[in-house]
Structure formats: structure tokens, C-alpha cells
Design a protein around this ligand. Sequence first.
Ligand SMILES: CC(C)(COP(=O)(O)OP(=O)(O)OC[C@H]1O[C@@H](n2cnc3c(N)ncnc32)[C@H](O)[C@@H]1OP(=O)(O)O)[C@@H](O)C(=O)NCCC(=O)NCCS
Length: 187
Amino acid sequence: MENQEYQCSLSSVIGLVKNNLFKITTQRLVLKRPDKTFNKSVFASLVGDWDIAKWLSDVPFPYTEKHAEKFIKRSSPDDLRFSVFYDEILVGGVGVSFEEHNQLDLGYWIAKDYWGNGFATEASEGLIDYVKNETEFKAITACYVKGNNASAKVLKKLGFIEIGECEEYFLSRKETVSCVDLILNLD
Ligand SMILES: CC(C)(COP(=O)(O)OP(=O)(O)OC[C@H]1O[C@@H](n2cnc3c(N)ncnc32)[C@H](O)[C@@H]1OP(=O)(O)O)[C@@H](O)C(=O)NCCC(=O)NCCS
């Protein structure tokens, strides 16, 4: 019953967010759902950079425009995925996907030219605030590959705490790697 309540809650939010006019605005960034106006070739070249793809579990490598097209079409009702814009320029992506045990799992990437400006932290904060204020989810999980120190830092700044370790298959690397599991309580 509790599960159903959570799922209902997420569905109603997704209903809202599916409207392409929906935006989350932070101090410097705008988070928008990718739509058909989206520049697939720019997206593919940014995510397809090995320094980004290697840290993301669900990104094939090499990453092509076809993959970008699929990503845009694959608007799962269980995901809240956004593109991140700074000054109307695509600078990254942030999202939460619905996982087992009624958990939302946070993921993000920022284009290399924009690293170190606090964008991953700010975009994630915008999405987390949205989940906190508009849904009944009580926690968000996250996971990073051991050695991804920049991501570890972002998650720490967001208030996530380590809860364990896991092994996860990475499409980009075509292998299973050791990861650190974290959780952020929203209460
Ligand atoms: C991880 C990533 C999203 C960070 O984006 P960002 O916009 O640069 O992040 P922020 O600026 O908000 O914060 C990064 C923090 O990590 C620190 N940092 C960066 N590289 C680091 C490194 N190699 N070791 C330790 N800390 C590092 C920065 O100094 C900053 O901390 P500070 O604010 O205390 O100075 C970006 O590097 C990226 O896209 N990486 C590839 C994809 C990825 O790893 N996604 C996450 C998967 S779990």
C-alpha cells in the first residue's frame, strides 16, 4: 500500500513534468525535459566524451546521435530526467530514476568545459528541492564509481551519506565496477 502511494505520487508529478513547458529554475540554471527541439548532435558529443561516459552506468560508448535520439524518445513514466541549461546553452543533465524498493536514484553529468563551477551541485539541489516539496519520497539514493572523486564531492555537498558498496555493470566500460552507495534523507 505504501508502495502504491509512492508510485501514485510520482506519477502525478510526472504528469506535470511531461508538459514540455515545465522547468525547474535555480539561481543560474534552467532544467528542462529534452524534447524534439533538442540538438542531438551537441548532446551526443558532450555525453559521448569518454571522461563523462566512463562514469555513467547507462551510457553506451561510443555514443552516437542515434543513442541521443533514443534517449529523447525513451520518456519512461518512471523517470524525471532533465537537461541543464546555462544562459540557454546545454551544459549537462540531471535526473532521478525510479528504482526497486521505491527509491529514487540521482544521476548527473556536466559538460567538461563547465566543470568546477558548482553546476552539478546547483542542478541537483534544484531537482532534490522539487522532489522534496512535490512528492512524498522520503529519500534519494545515489552511487558513484570508486575513484570518481568529483562526484563523491558533489554528493557530499548535497548531504548524501555513504551506506555501503556495490558492484554495477557499466554499459560504457562493458564491465562491472565497484561503486559506493549513498542516501539522502529528505525529512
Ligand atoms: C561529477 C561532475 C558532474 C561534477 O560537475 P561539476 O559541475 O564540476 O561539480 P561541482 O562544481 O558542483 O562540484 C565539484 C566538486 O568536486 C571537486 N573536484 C573536482 N574534481 C575533483 C577531483 N578530481 N578530486 C576531488 N575533488 C574534485 C571540485 O573542486 C568541487 O568541489 P568544491 O565546490 O568544494 O570546490 C562532472 O565532473 C562530470 O560530469 N563528471 C562525469 C560524469 C559523472 O561523473 N557523473 C556522476 C556519476 S555518479
